[in-house]
Design a protein around this ligand. Sequence first.
Ligand code: GTP
Ligand code: MG
Length: 195
Amino acid sequence: LFAGETDFLKGVVAMDGMPPADRLEVCFAGRSNVGKSSLINALTGRKALARTSNTPGRTQEINFFTLADDHYLVDVPGYGFANAPLPVVEKWQRLLKAYLSGRPSLRRVFLLIDSRHGPKTADEEIMQLLSKSAVTFQIVMTKVDKLKKGELDKVLEKTKSVIKKYPASYPELVLTSSEKGEGIPTLRHIIATLV
Ligand code: GTP
Ligand code: MG
């Protein structure tokens, strides 16, 4: 699947701008700066397909990428702190929630959590929303290159105990580093085997 072509299709700012829900779709959600756009670049092997930045609030639209002819990869704005005016941020957040809870073709949400920080209240709000909407989510731990094994184990235990509370959670976590490539083949495989 990932050997095929990937392209940017469009950035969407309102639900009525969404492309037709006619193919398998996965999205990458998470707090601002967690590494959503970087992960899409790592998965597709295209360094600058999705725009990344050290400033939280870089991605401000729901960006659709075509993967082969029959999948969408979707990059969304982060939640939590963003370097943008509040009314603007509130607008994205409303759009994000509408998208996560009301997109019929959304097959799985990859919910990204920074390995250094573990799940926060804002993550749990999203887990709750997804559970209410019966949209399966799977946790992807990001930036594992930034910490030591012992530190990681603690965060993983904590994360597993948190997701257990949410019926839409998929039990298996994926550990990734977009920088070093760790976990990227695993995540590609997971996406390629979704039906
Ligand atoms: P927003 O669009 O602002 O919500 O952010 P985002 O979640 O899309 O994060 P983005 O991919 O823009 O990355 C944020 C910062 O984290 C950038 O400076 C990236 O280079 C860095 N980063 C992302 N993934 C990794 C990783 O695996 N390891 C390390 N060390 N840094 C990473
Ligand atoms: Mg981004």
